[in-house]
Design a protein around this ligand. Structure first.
Ligand code: NAP
Length: 248
């Protein structure tokens, strides 16, 4: 039997990058995958087709994770379409990097809304279902930047650090109902998000990583697979670094 056979999973922001990698690894592990995107419809529909070809149920939903109302509507629709939710992965995220001197209020607010408030929105929306079934796993995609900070990313670092506090609090609140909540802190994972960086910066990062390479979406997805499955049945409130040793 596959590790996530018959489990229903929601992943936010899976039209590309890490989210897409998680969807693929989870599909291969037998999970039914509901996933969101905010604007990239064509790649999302392509992923829906790819996952369906694996013999699991899969559906793409256009939903802004930063909107409380849209998150509630999404979860209601997924419950109707899939019949239950066992795992939530809060993965959607954006960057709007700048030195504090040049960072506008909008750049701060938008990053907090999409990266952090989204986690509140989605966790609230699935909470009732997981409480009723007395089981669930919630995984929040933080970042090494949320643990150690980064010049030029005060907004992003604040959002990712906030996710860690949220994760630990939810783990404490919902643990007695067998609902686990953990965070993953990826290091430098090579996706479209990091394509924006110049090659010299990227090479500098690779050289500084003990494993001497950037990570892949699959590296992060495999950590999610552990935290989503019963292999981690006694793990909650943790931050798992998937960073090639960057923070060591
Ligand atoms: P990415 O390639 O830019 O993909 C981001 C995904 O999020 C896309 O599918 C995008 O879909 C979706 N998205 C953006 N805004 C959304 C919204 N408001 N509602 C719903 N979906 C939305 O990013 P990534 O590198 O895969 O990163 C995924 C997560 O890992 C993020 O939370 C990021 O902060 C975190 N992370 C990444 C790294 C890294 O090195 N790459 C390191 C640490 C942490 P649309 O195109 O449709 O908007």
């Amino acid at each position: 039997m596959k590790l996530l056979e018959g489990k229903n999973v929601i992943i936010t922001g899976a039209s590309r990058g890490i989210g897409k990698g998680i969807a693929e690894v989870f599909g291969n592990a037998g999970a039914n995958v509901a996933f969101t995107y905010s604007s990239s419809e064509a790649p999302a529909l392509e992923l829906e087709k790819e996952l369906s070809g694996m013999g699991v149920k899969a559906k793409a939903y256009k939903s802004n994770a930063g909107s409380f109302a849209e998150s509630e509507e999404l979860v209601a629709q997924v419950l109707e379409d899939f019949g239950g939710i066992d795992v939530l992965i809060n993965n959607a995220g954006i960057t709007k990097d700048n030195l504090l001197m040049r960072m506008g209020e909008d750049d701060f607010d938008k990053v907090i809304e999409i990266n952090l408030k989204s986690v509140f929105n989605m966790t609230k929306a699935v909470q009732r279902t997981m409480l009723k079934q007395r089981k669930g796993s919630i995984i929040n995609m933080s970042s090494v930047v949320g643990v150690k900070g980064n010049a030029g990313q005060a907004n992003y670092a604040a959002s990712k650090a906030g996710m860690i506090g949220f994760t630990k609090s939810v783990a404490l609140e919902l643990g007695s109902r067998n609902i686990r909540c953990n965070a993953i802190a990826p290091g430098f994972i090579e996706t479209e998000m990091t394509d924006k960086l110049d090659e010299k910066t990227v090479q500098g990062w690779r050289d500084a990583i003990p494993l001497k390479r950037g990570g892949s979406p699959e590296d992060v997805a495999n950590a999610c697979l552990f935290l989503a499955s019963d292999l981690s049945a006694y793990v909650t409130g943790q931050v798992l670094n998937v960073d090639g040793g960057m923070l060591t």
